[in-house]
Design a protein around this ligand. Structure first.
Ligand code: ADE
Ligand code: ZN
Length: 338
């Protein structure tokens, strides 16, 4: 197994499903609470970690939004983003497409420009210092109204040059993709790419609707798509990328144990599945922890890990030339192990 760990460790990869607010480690949460004099209901870092037991997505979201309250200044967003970039540099991540939730911050009176300034400042520095390229994807919170989503899109107008696309996250059940049809159309008209969480807890019908009503380029999670044969066949035929998050699925009880995880079945069916960490500070692992845990649980070998890493670039919003270069780097890396 050490061989597999070594192989994963240096394998070039992209992360396509990461919520920046979900990379807020307990230590940084505690430090920022102090710096900004924000009350959090935890006495110390150990108490924060001990609270991370979730029965479902909503249990997690309640704690995640509470944690995000410590993010106040541009410097806070810079520190959060830089900590994530430094951490995944150790995991041989070459490209990231990161989510953030503007409404979580602007609804608390935080200036949109400070959020963007901090995040993009760190992404730019990470490209210079660490060589990691990135795209930034603001997500609409689906538990809020479409009108609120339009307000977010309007406030984002001055910063469009920084965005690779828009996403849809938060409480899935009861908030179907159709609720956001018009705002997704408006985002597309602005030249933005589109992604949406679908089929994490919600039914396969939400995945159909993300494709047919929102016209997304990628599906975030997509686990429950496998319950529908016609949908699975379409995802294979159109090679729609699924950004799968194994440790998240385990922590949020989407699967009972990793041995039951559908990732192997997804690969066997020819789906364009990728491995990602979702909210690593809350779910017990960054991207390589996800690769290793699922490889061990499902007996994946080097060939499947190479496919997963290639899928991560194929499904990214990079241009074709950059995608080809990353895929060649993966081939060169894998050859060293033959
Ligand atoms: N926001 C942060 N993580 C999320 C997830 N896994 N599903 C939906 N919304 C989220
Ligand atoms: Zn997510």
């Amino acid at each position: 197994m050490d061989d597999l760990r070594t192989f994963i460790s240096g394998l070039p990869k992209a992360e396509l499903h990461l919520h920046l607010e979900g990379s807020l480690e307990p230590e940084l949460m505690f430090a920022l609470a102090k710096r900004n004099q924000v009350d959090i209901p935890f006495a110390d870092v150990e108490e924060i970690s001990a609270a991370y037991n979730f029965g479902n997505l909503q249990d997690f979201l309640d704690i995640y939004y509470q944690g995000a309250n410590v993010l106040v200044s541009e410097q806070d967003f810079f520190d959060l983003t830089m900590a994530y970039m430094k951490r995944v540099h150790r995991d041989s991540v070459a490209h990231v497409e990161v989510f953030f939730d503007p409404q979580t911050h602007t609804d608390r009176g935080i200036d949109f420009g400070s959020v963007i300034g901090g995040i993009t400042g760190a992404l730019k520095k990470a490209q210079g210092d660490l060589g990691i390229t990135s795209k930034l994807i603001p997500c609409f919170l689906r538990h809020l109204s479409e009108e609120a989503a339009f307000e977010m899109l309007e406030s984002a107008e001055p910063y469009l040059e920084f965005f690779g696309g828009v996403g849809l996250d938060s409480s899935e059940m009861g908030n179907p993709p159709a609720k956001f049809e018009k705002v997704f159309k408006a985002a597309k008209d602005k030249g933005l790419r589109l992604v949406a969480h679908a089929g994490e807890e919600g039914p396969a019908a939400y995945v159909w609707d993300a494709l047919d009503i929102l016209h997304v380029d990628r599906i975030d999670h997509g686990n429950r798509a496998l319950e529908d044969e016609a949908l699975t066949a379409r995802l294979v035929r159109e090679q729609i990328t699924l950004t799968v998050c194994p440790l998240s699925n385990l922590k949020l009880c989407v699967v009972k144990n990793l041995g039951d995880h559908p990732l192997r079945r997804m690969l066997d069916l020819g789906l364009c599945a990728t491995i990602n960490s979702d909210d690593p500070a809350y779910f017990g692992g960054y991207i390589n922890d996800n690769y290793l845990a699922v490889a061990q649980a499902l007996s994946l070998g080097r060939a499947q890990l190479v496919t997963l890493a290639k899928n991560s670039f194929a499904g990214s919003f990079l241009n074709d030339k950059d995608k080809c270069e990353h895929m060649s780097a993966i081939d060169r890396y894998a050859e060293r192990f033959n």
